[in-house]
Write a protein that binds this ligand. Structure first.
Ligand SMILES: NC(=O)c1ccc[n+]([C@@H]2O[C@H](COP(=O)([O-])OP(=O)(O)OC[C@H]3O[C@@H](n4cnc5c(N)ncnc54)[C@H](O)[C@@H]3O)[C@@H](O)[C@H]2O)c1
Length: 361
C-alpha cells in the first residue's frame, strides 16, 4: 500500500487526506480503531454498491457494532430534499446519535448528500469522506461543502461540515465510466490553471489524459488536494480566495440547472464554463495569447458532448450563490496560476464567449 498524506490545517477541525492505492485499508483500520460508542453508517450509491458491495460489507464489519449501509440511487437526482429526508430517516431508524459517524463512500453526489445529512442529523455528527470518483478525490471530498439542488439552481441548499478524514483509494478509479474519468480530469485542469502552473506543465507533457493513458493519477490527485487544502486553510468559509475554485462554475451551474441536472456531467459543464471564462480573461484581464492557446489546447483533450445553450441560462446565472451587490462574480485568469475575481454587469458575456467557441467549431 502506498498512501500519501495531505494535511488540512483548520485548528480543531484539522484532518488528513490519505491518497493512493489501497487507501481503503487505512479506512478499515480507522474504523476498527475508533471508539465503539455510536453506530457507523456507510452511505453509498447503487452503482458503487453493485461494484464494491462486498468490500463495503467488509469495511462495515471493521466497526463494532457493524456499520449500517444506506444505498441511494445513483446520479444528481439524489441531491434533493426527498432523498435528504429519506437518508435522515434511515439514520433515525438505524439508531444513529451524536456519537455516530457517517462514511460517505461514493462520488460527489454521495459526498454532498451524506455530508449535508450528517451536518443536520441531531445537529451534526461526524463524517468521513471516502471519494470514489476522480472529481470527488480532487475536489468535492475536501473542504466541507455539502449540498443539494433546487429546480431554481444548483447546490442552493447546503452547509459547511468538515470531515474528520478523507480516504481516496485510487484503485477504484479503474471502474469509472470514461465520461466520469474525464469529468474529474476537467476539475484537475481547473486547479492547474488557477493555482498550479507546475501541474499544468505536467498535464501538457502527458500524452493521453484518458483512463488508459499515461497520467500518474496518485501524483495528480495529491497535487490537486494540496492546492485545495492551501486554499481552504486560507479561507474556510469562502469569503475570499476560495472563490477561485469556482473558475468556470457560474456558467457550469447554469448549464446543469437548465439541462435539469444529469444530462451533462459536472466536470463537462465546468470545462465549458472554463472555455468561456478563458475568452473573457483574454479580453478583460489581459491573459496572454500564448497562455490562452495552451489552456484551450489542454481543455480540448477532454471530450465533451454537444450542448444546446438554452435561453434561460441567464436566469440561472443571476441566481448564482456567488452574486454580490447584484452582480455575478466571475473568476478570470490574468495568467496560468494567477486569478482575479471580476464582477460582471452582463453575465450574458459568458454565454456569448462560449457561443463564439461553438461557431469557430
Ligand atoms: N462539495 C463540493 O465542494 C463539490 C465540489 C465539486 C463538485 N461537487 C458536486 O459533485 C457532484 C459530481 O460528482 P461526481 O462527478 O463524482 O458524480 P457522481 O457522484 O454522480 O458519480 C458519477 C458516476 O460515477 C459512479 N461511480 C462513482 N464511483 C465509481 C467507481 N469507483 N466505479 C464506477 N462507478 C463509480 C456513480 O455511481 C455515478 O454514476 C456534483 O453534484 C457537484 O455539484 C461538489
Amino acid at each position: 500500500m502506498t498512501a500519501r498524506v495531505v494535511p488540512v490545517e483548520l485548528g480543531e477541525r484539522s484532518y488528513s487526506i490519505h491518497i493512493g492505492s489501497g487507501a481503503w485499508r487505512l479506512l478499515e483500520e480507522h474504523l476498527r480503531g475508533r471508539d465503539p460508542a455510536g453506530r457507523v453508517m456507510i452511505v453509498t450509491d447503487e452503482r458503487v454498491n453493485s461494484v464494491y458491495g462486498r468490500r463495503i460489507g467488509e469495511l462495515g464489519e471493521a466497526s463494532k457494532p457493524p456499520a449500517v449501509v444506506a444505498v441511494v440511487p445513483e446520479g444528481e437526482g439524489s441531491k434533493s430534499f426527498a432523498h435528504l429526508e429519506d437518508l435522515c430517516r434511515k439514520m433515525a431508524g438505524a439508531g444513529l446519535d451524536r456519537s455516530s459517524l457517517v462514511v460517505a463512500l461514493g462520488g460527489g453526489v454521495v459526498g454532498d448528500l451524506a455530508g449535508l445529512a450528517s451536518s443536520l442529523f441531531v445537529r451534526g455528527i461526524r463524517l468521513i469522506q471516502a471519494p470514489t470518483t476522480l472529481l470527488a478525490m480532487v475536489d468535492s471530498s475536501t473542504g466541507g461543502k455539502t449540498g443539494i439542488n433546487l429546480p431554481e439552481g444548483k447546490n442552493l441548499v447546503g452547509t459547511f461540515h468538515q470531515p474528520e478524514a478523507v480516504f481516496a483509494d485510487t484503485d477504484v478509479l479503474r471502474t469509472l465510466h470514461p465520461r466520469d474519468w474525464y469529468s474529474g480530469m476537467a476539475e484537475v485542469i481547473k486547479i492547474a490553471l488557477t493555482l498550479d502552473p507546475e501541474l499544468f506543465l505536467y498535464l501538457e507533457e502527458v500524452t493521453d489524459l484518458g483512463p488508459d493513458g499515461d497520467v500518474d493519477i496518485a501524483r495528480v490527485v495529491t497535487s490537486a488536494c494540496r492546492r485545495k487544502a492551501e486554499i481552504i486553510e486560507a479561507d474556510e468559509w469562502e469569503s475570499g480566495p476560495r472563490l477561485i475554485l469556482n473558475f468556470g462554475h457560474t456558467l457550469a451551474h447554469a448549464l446543469e440547472a437548465s439541462m435539469s441536472y444529469g444530462e451533462i456531467r459536472h466536470g463537462e459543464a465546468v470545462l465549458l464554463g472554463m472555455k468561456a471564462a478563458l475568452a473573457l480573461s483574454k479580453r478583460i484581464c489581459g491573459l496572454p495569447d500564448d497562455q490562452f492557446d495552451r489552456a484551450v489546447r489542454v481543455l480540448g483533450r477532454i471530450p465533451v458532448p454537444e450542448v444546446k445553450l438554452e435561453e434561460d441560462l441567464l436566469g440561472y446565472m443571476t441566481r448564482d450563490k456567488k452574486r454580490s451587490e447584484g452582480r455575478v462574480q466571475s473568476v478570470l485568469l490574468e495568467a496560468i496560476g494567477r486569478c482575479r475575481i471580476v464582477p460582471l454587469d452582463d453575465p450574458g458575456e459568458l454565454v456569448r464567449s462560449l457561443s463564439s467557441f461553438h461557431s469557430e467549431g
